[in-house]
Every structure is written in C-alpha cells, then in structure tokens.
Design a binder for this molecule. Structure first.
Ligand code: K7E
Ligand code: CUA
Ligand code: CA
Length: 647
C-alpha cells in the first residue's frame, strides 16, 4: 500500500491527536463538550436541534472561544428559500433529484433513464421521443454536471451518464426536463462524465469503462488482447458524438481543465486484467491526458478510422500517440478533480494512500517536449489517508479528499503539499473529520467552477448503518452536510438518500432562479411534434376539443381547465390506435392537470401551458374512465370523462 510515496512523509493525523475522543464517542452527545475542549473549539450549535436557535442564541452559546464563528445552519425557515440548488445523481434509479441546500430537502425528481408514472415518462409521446422506441428499463447514473461558460456555471443544461446502458442524457434547466438521450457507440458502460469548461460546453466528455472487442459482435470473445475502450467527446449542443479516442487500459473518472485544452481520465486497469487480482498487479496505473486541439486537428486531417456501423471518427490515442499523454499514478486511481484556480488537477489514489497533484502548465510542457518524463507533470503526491476517492475545493487553496477506508474527509492545503514534495518540512494536513460512513464523492458549493465559495461540503456516504431508524436490510445512503466556511470543518446534518447517488453538484440559486420557467411557453420544442400533428388536423389545441378518425387511427384532442376536460366522452373501436392529446389551458402557475385512463396503464402530467400526448392501442372493450391525477381544484375528483371502447 505504501508504494510510490518517497516524497510523502507520514503526517501527524489531527483526528488521532492525543486527548481526542475515540471516533465512536465523538458522535455521542456527551462527548461534544469534551471535543470542543480538546480541539480548542466551541460548538455553538449542534445539528438540527441546536441550529434552530438563530444568530443571537448561537453567538451567546459560543461564549469566548477562539474560534467563535457560529456553526452554519441547515435550517431554512418555512417560506424561506434555500441558498443553493443541488443536482443529485439518482444512481440506480436512473433519475436526477433536485435538492435545496442547506435544508437538504428534496424539491423534485427529474426522470431521465427511468420510467416514471408521475409525469408519464416512458408513456407520453414526448418522453418516448427522448427515450427512443426501445428504451431499456432504467439506468445507472453517476455524474451530473452543469454546462459551463469560461469556468462558470451557465444554467443551460445538466448532463449525466448511464453506466448500465452506455448512454448520456441532457436535462434542460429551464424546465428541469430531460430533452436528449444518446447511445454512445463502440464502448461499454459510460462511467466518468464531465463538461468542457472553456470557452463553453462545448464538449461533454465521457469515459467508456469496460474493455471489449469493437465492434462487439461476437468476434474475439476470448481474445483479450483485442479488447479495448475509448474516450468520447459529445457535442453538448447537438448531442452527437464528435469523436472518440482509442486508449490503452480502461477509463474510470474524467475531468477537464479550465482553459479548454485538455481532458484527463483515470485508469485503474492498466493491466487489462479480467479479474480483481489482475487489476491490482501494477504499483502504478495512469491518468491519460487528451489534447483537444491536436485531436480536433487529427480528425480534420482525416487521421481517423470508423468502427462497425458507427460513423464517429476514432483517433488512435494509445501509447506513443502525440494526441495523448500517459502519466503513471499509484494505484488503481479513481476520482480526478481540477482545482478552481485553474492550475492543478488531482488524481485520487484509492489503493494508494496518496493523491497525485499535477500542474496543467507542466502538462503543456510535456506535450511540447520541454519535459521528457510524464511524471514531471506531478508536483506533489501527499499522503492523505486510506482509500482516497474524490477531492473537492474551497477556493481558498484547500482540498477535501474522501477517504473511503478511513471513513473520513481530509482537508489539506495544496501549496503546502507542493512544498512538502519539494522537501520542505510543512504539514499540509489541516484536519480530518469523521463521516458516517465510507464516503465516495464529496462536493463543495460551486467547487467545480471558478466561483468556488467554500461554504458547504457534502460527503456522500455509502453506508448509514446506525444513523437512522431501521428500515430493513437495504439501508439508505447518508449524505452529510459539512460547514467549511471557517478554519475547521464542522458536521451540520445527516441526510438519508435512496440508493445510490454517487455525485452531486451544488450551485448558488442566483445562477438558476431567474432562468427556471414557471409555466411552459406555448412554442416550446418539447411538445412541438404534438402541436404540428394538431395543425395537420386543423386543430388549435388551445380552443378545440375534437375526435378525428383516420382509418384505424383515432386522434382525440382536448383542453384541460380546472376542473373540466374539453371532452366528456369519446368512442373508439377495439383495436384502434388512439392518440390522446391534452392541452392545459390553465396557464396559471402550479395548476397542473393529469390524464389517467383507468385500467389502461396510462398516466401523464400536463403542467400549465403544456401539451402532452400519448398513443396506445385500445385493446380492451368496455367503459374506461379517464380522470385528473393532479389535485387541481375543489372539484378535482369530478374532473373526469369516459372512453367507450366498442367490441
Ligand atoms: Cu466514485 Cu461512479 Cu464517481 Cu461512485 S464513482 S463514488
Ligand atoms: Cu385537473 Cu385535477
Ligand atoms: Ca491497476
């Protein structure tokens, strides 16, 4: 484990200081006073209960301690708004969840890869246009990231991967709805995903994780030497794969620089191992840096091939290519995170207790041939603790690294780590805080942009064990909110979450609050197909409620205005293909209607101003009531009608 750490001296661990209570007792309330004494701190308020006391009471409780800064509160009083938006990966659910921070209240869920009966995702024609005709039944989301312009969040889109089906999705932030999902060809399992920061997004970078033959058509099943994977750049505007880069080894997480020149990915399987022990043979794997201008030039010059049916240009970025740089990194590295000052990028060692700090300008020098050894791009390799997975930043020169095995987050200083690497006797470790338990990602408020503001840190813990009421063998994850605004990290709140959000982004509300629509625009492209279809039938969806038959196809157009549909009943024949198009003409904020046909497996949401449509076969004769599923009016229960299906 302690390989490759010649430069990293073992540092005194602040969490193991003598006199510090054992970490189990740490969590017991009786130990809080002791901790405050031992650490020279006063905890002005503790967690949800104490923090409600408000400014005055909290300051009074803080007394005369040296660090009198009051503990920030997760409490957001009734009627007040959270300061931050949080986009949570929904993990295996295939959705994205929108939270308010610091309250950690779930605001809405955004169905992405998953069917969702609340809004009819996977049922409506509008959602099927996004999901595709034969969409798989779910997804495995890891990495949500918002589009950026010049290293600032720009509030346009959030992109997210689906590892389970090798897809990438885009969510429109103005309506919080998924508007594109694409399959990424020639690879298997998109894991790492990041966006180009500058000049804008631009590209969405996506790592193909698993090694397989390409095309993966049954040839070379046992011929492991022929297995490969690729790095993909997707055009964030068109959602088409712009190019792919064939690499050595596999690809885990990815990151981009702040200049728009590089993307960089970790590889834990440089061995091309086919089982666990084989992937752990090498003391160093690597990160691979992608030189975007050079790759674009190579594609332009026709220096690419294509694979199978795919038309995507594939350039060769394996060892020796001028398009890539392989930097050896210990050992099975996982997360990779660029610092918000635009200078450094940190690979997290996982099986090594170290993280590797690389400087972008030295990566420039490696590509330019001024530095011969790719390891010269490494400017520090501090020993942090056991199982470093991901790192986040506060914009004040400090980094926060999750330690999966230690169940801690380590705060360390980048400049001091570089000084230590250069032989200076400095302690780069600032603090370690226990988290409960086994953290994966951590993320700071605005921390992946130039606007990193160092207020909040979220630790996304895989295990919650004893932290919540027992709920059966499947436990929630525990996302912990940590105040990092002062010199010391302080735990503020625990938040149970349904499995398994790997990652989040936290952004200040000012970036989105005015961009989010309160009702749909009538000319929104999201339902433009339904409007075009109505036009072909001579229908004005805002006024007309009408049934049109074309052979075995029946088109039912109706308005919805609380508490009544424009059509009270319609008649079709068994076997007809029926398309129901409902337009919510209550263009009033928050007056949403639903349209559910009992015993027909159909439900869809029609938000104010929207048009929603669904096509199905009327395969059962009889009387079927349709009704409104969103409580919209005192007479909501009476908002109903009948579909009469003739035998
Ligand atoms: Cu570390 Cu998929 Cu980002 Cu999980 S990955 S933790
Ligand atoms: Cu419309 Cu309930
Ligand atoms: Ca390895």
């Amino acid at each position: 484990m302690h390989d490759e750490t010649d430069h990293a001296s073992r540092q005194p661990d602040p969490a193991e200081a003598p006199g510090q209570p054992a970490r189990r007792q740490f969590m017991k309330n009786s130990a809080l006073a002791g901790l405050a004494g031992a650490a020279g701190l006063t905890l002005s308020a503790c967690g949800k209960q104490g923090a409600t006391a408000g400014k005055g009471a909290a300051s009074a409780a803080a007394g005369t301690a040296a660090d009198a800064k009051e503990l920030a509160s997760d409490q957001v009083p009734p009627g007040q708004l959270d300061e931050y938006y949080g986009f949570w990966s929904g993990g295996q659910s295939g959705e994205v969840r929108l939270y308010g921070i610091p309250s950690m209240r779930e605001l809405i869920r955004i169905p992405v890869f998953n069917p969702d009966f609340t809004i009819g995702w996977g049922i409506t024609n509008e959602s099927k246009r996004v999901l595709g005709p034969n969409f798989p039944p779910g997804g495995d989301c890891h990495h949500p990231h918002m589009s950026q312009t010049d290293g600032h969040y720009d509030g346009r889109y959030v992109f997210i991967n689906d590892k389970a089906h090798t897809r990438v999705a885009r969510i429109r932030c103005d309506v919080m709805r998924t508007d594109r999902i694409i399959d990424v060809p020639n690879v298997q399992a998109i894991h790492g995903l990041r966006v180009q920061r500058a000049p804008r997004t631009g590209y969405v970078f996506a790592n193909g994780e698993f090694l397989a033959p390409a095309p993966n058509d049954g040839h070379a099943l046992e011929d492991v030497d022929k297995y490969q994977t690729m790095f993909s750049a997707i055009d964030g505007d068109t959602m088409e794969v712009a190019w792919q880069v064939l690499v050595d080894g596999n690809l885990d997480n990815t990151e981009a620089d702040y200049a728009g020149k590089y993307a960089i990915s970790t590889c834990y399987n440089s061995e091309k191992g086919m089982d666990l022990s084989a992937t752990m043979q090498a003391e160093r794997d690597w990160v691979v840096v992608f030189n975007i201008p050079r790759i674009e030039a190579a594609v332009k010059a026709g220096q690419f091939k294509t694979v199978g049916d795919s038309k995507v240009p594939v350039v060769d970025g394996r060892h020796g290519s001028p398009l890539t740089l392989y930097i050896p990194i210990p050992k099975n590295p996982h997360g990779i995170n660029a610092s918000p000052d635009g200078k450094y990028v940190v690979a997290n060692g996982k099986l090594s207790p170290t993280v590797s700090v690389m400087e972008w300008s030295r990566i420039d020098d490696c590509f330019a041939g001024k530095l011969k050894d790719p390891r010269d791009a490494v400017v520090a390799e501090p020993e942090i603790g056991l199982g470093p997975l991901h790192t986040a930043y506060d914009g004040r020169g400090n980094a926060y690294t999750t330690l999966f095995i230690d169940s801690q987050i380590a705060k360390w200083n980048i400049a001091d780590a570089i000084a230590a690497y250069n032989g200076k006797k400095v302690n780069y470790l600032r603090q370690k805080i226990d988290v409960a338990y086994q953290p994966g990602h951590c993320h700071t408020s605005m921390g992946e942009t130039r606007d990193a503001d160092g207020k909040w840190l979220l630790s996304l813990n895989k295990f919650s064990k004893d932290r919540f009421l027992p709920v059966g063998p499947l436990h929630p994850d525990n996302d912990q909110l940590i105040d990092i605004s002062g010199d010391t990290m302080r735990l503020v709140a625990d938040g149970p979450v349904y499995s398994e959000p790997h990652d989040v982004v936290l952004l200040h509300r000012r970036l989105l609050i005015d961009k989010v629509k309160h009702v749909w625009d009538r000319d929104d492209p999201y339902f433009a197909d339904a409007i075009a279809m109505a036009k072909r039938h001579g229908i004005n969806v805002l006024a007309d409620s009408k049934v049109i038959r074309e052979g075995r196809k029946v088109y039912v157009y109706m308005t919805s205005a609380a508490p009544i549909y424009g059509i009270n009943n319609f008649k079709v024949k068994k076997g007809d293909e029926v398309t129901v198009t409902v337009t919510n003409i209550d263009a009033v904020e928050d007056v949403t209607h639903g349209f559910c046909i009992a015993n027909y497996g159909i439900n869809m949401e029609i938000s104010p101003g929207a048009t929603s449509s669904v096509t199905f076969t009327a395969d059962k004769a009889g009387v079927y009531w349709y009704y409104c599923t969103f409580f919209c009016h005192a007479m909501h229960m009476e908002m109903q009608g009948r579909m009469l299906v003739e035998a």
